[in-house]
Design a protein around this ligand. Structure first.
Ligand code: ADP
Ligand code: MG
Length: 236
């Protein structure tokens, strides 16, 4: 039996009031299991980023709970929430969100409490395919795919419980995007990481262990993918 890592319970996020109210999330419940790759699929505006941001402790719901190992993170005060974000969550964004004035290595080290853990940061950069010559470069000197690899290393290095990816290939060309998906899948398969990938690209869902489709803030369907494709074989 797969171990439950995360429980999302009756999550609601409403913006505004009255006629102009937007129900970005309208009573969403699901579980996330340890070591799975879950894809949240849906058109633009269906609530994917809102959901991911709440799970990541970057936004708070109007109602509902998010339990990580049974602990409700929506009840956390600022200090606990900061610790949660720093220690438990690895976030990968569409536009990488690297600090421009820091090298690749420094960007990765930033996410560790002990900044002197140079060796671990180097090893993690190697794991994502960036060698010695890249580590000392600044984001502006790197391609989009390389920058995304740095951001993946930054998420991985701290040993986060869960990695959240919001349209991780959205800014990349198809070939580079596929390489990034291969890397993400490798990390789930070889490192046993738990990962949620948010995307509006249907084809990406074929590599997931499970797919939850959202529509207008609600879950439209949940599917188990008995035979997830290798990222290199997805038809995209
Ligand atoms: P997705 O990531 O699936 O494209 P979002 O989660 O960004 O969707 O947005 C869901 C809905 O909530 C959209 O209708 C969006 O316009 C609305 N929304 C998101 N953030 C805000 C905000 N800060 N204020 C008002 N409406 C918002
Ligand atoms: Mg979004």
């Amino acid at each position: 039996m797969a171990e439950k890592l995360l429980e999302i319970k009756n999550l609601k996020k409403y913006y505004g009031k009255g006629d102009s109210q937007v129900k970005a999330l309208d009573d969403i419940s699901f579980d996330v299991f340890k070591g799975e790759m879950l894809v949240l699929l849906g058109n633009s505006g269906c609530g994917k980023s809102t959901l991911l941001n709440i799970i990541g402790g970057m936004d708070s719901p109007t109602e509902g709970k998010v339990l990580l190992n049974g602990v409700d993170i929506t009840s956390f005060k600022d200090k606990e929430l900061t610790k949660y974000r720093k220690e438990k969550i690895g976030f990968i964004f569409q536009f990488y969100n690297l600090l421009p004035d820091l090298t690749a290595l420094e960007n990765v080290k930033m996410s560790l409490n002990k900044k002197d853990e140079e060796h671990l940061s180097e090893k993690t950069l190697e794991l994502v395919g960036l060698g010695d010559n890249k580590m000392k470069q600044y984001p502006s000197q790197m391609s989009g795919g390389e920058q995304q690899r740095v951001s993946i290393a930054r998420a991985l290095v701290k040993g986060a419980s869960i990695i959240l990816c919001d349209e991780p290939t959205g800014a990349l060309d198809d070939k580079t995007g596929r390489k990034i998906l291969e890397l993400l899948q490798d990390i789930v398969r070889k490192e046993g990481q738990t990962m949620i990938i948010v995307t509006h690209t249907k084809e990406i869902a074929s590599m997931a262990d499970r797919i939850i489709t959202l529509r207008n803030g609600k879950i439209e369907k949940q599917e188990i993918n008995e035979h997830p494709l290798d990222a290199k074989d997805i038809n995209w």
